[in-house]
Design a protein around this ligand. Structure first.
Ligand SMILES: [Zn+2]
Length: 220
């Protein structure tokens, strides 16, 4: 028996209790190589690695890799975005205002100095505009990246929902294998018992009857 189970839905009339919590469920995990099957509610099937983990195909893995890459990009861009807006905010609120006071104070003193100041002011203005443009560009690419990331999440989620293959945890699978073995032993025992009861010769019965749990004198 290999550890690959396919989740299937049965009709409501065929509901059976979940293996773990006994809640009636229509979801059954079927293993053709057993064959083996067990019922499980959705809560115990999803996000429950102690019981089972999904087996995803390559398409899902690729989508997941891309999602990770986009997440890293969003993280990088939003980290770069924060100090930039902080700088912009600082220059607007704190740096600009004292400068204006300076200009007012200098106004009466030296006109040449004022001209220099104006030049500086223009330079500052250019710089500010450039910073604002950069910030906008960064904000745009962050927005774009975030959008791509959101779309990728939707894709990964839909692929996740489509996936029907599961692998049981080692403990669960081993217990299924053991169960299967016991079933076989019991079937063999039943077969022998059947054979035994079909014969009427007491001596032959006594010979075949090898189960110590049943007293010999019960058969006459
Ligand atoms: Zn359950």
């Amino acid at each position: 028996m290999i550890n690959v189970y396919i989740a299937r839905q049965v009709a409501a009339k065929d509901m059976q209790p979940c293996l773990i919590c006994s809640k009636p469920t229509v979801t059954v995990l079927y293993n053709a190589s057993g064959p083996d099957w067990l019922y499980t509610c959705d809560i115990h099937l999803h996000d429950n690695p102690h019981f089972a983990t999904p087996i995803y195909n390559d398409e899902y893995q690729e989508a997941l890799d891309k999602l990770k890459m986009l997440k890293a990009q969003v993280g990088k861009l939003s980290a770069a975005d924060k100090p930039a807006s902080w700088d912009g905010w600082v220059s607007q609120i704190f740096i600009k205002k004292p400068k204006k006071d300076d200009e007012d104070a200098n106004e009466d003193k030296d006109k040449d100095k004022d001209k220099d100041k104006d030049k500086d002011k223009d330079k500052d203005k250019d710089k500010e505009l450039k910073n604002q443009a950069d910030e906008k560009k960064q904000a745009d690419s962050l927005k774009e990246c975030q959008q791509k990331y959101n779309q990728q999440i939707d894709l990964v989620t839909s692929l996740q929902k489509k996936s029907r293959k599961y692998k049981l945890s080692d403990v669960t699978f081993n217990s299924r294998v053991q169960r299967k073995k016991n079933e076989r032993i019991q079937a063999e025992r039943r077969r022998k018992e059947q054979e035994m009861y079909s014969t009427t010769d007491p001596e032959e019965i006594a010979k075949k009857f090898a189960f110590p749990t049943v007293p010999n004198n019960s058969i006459k």
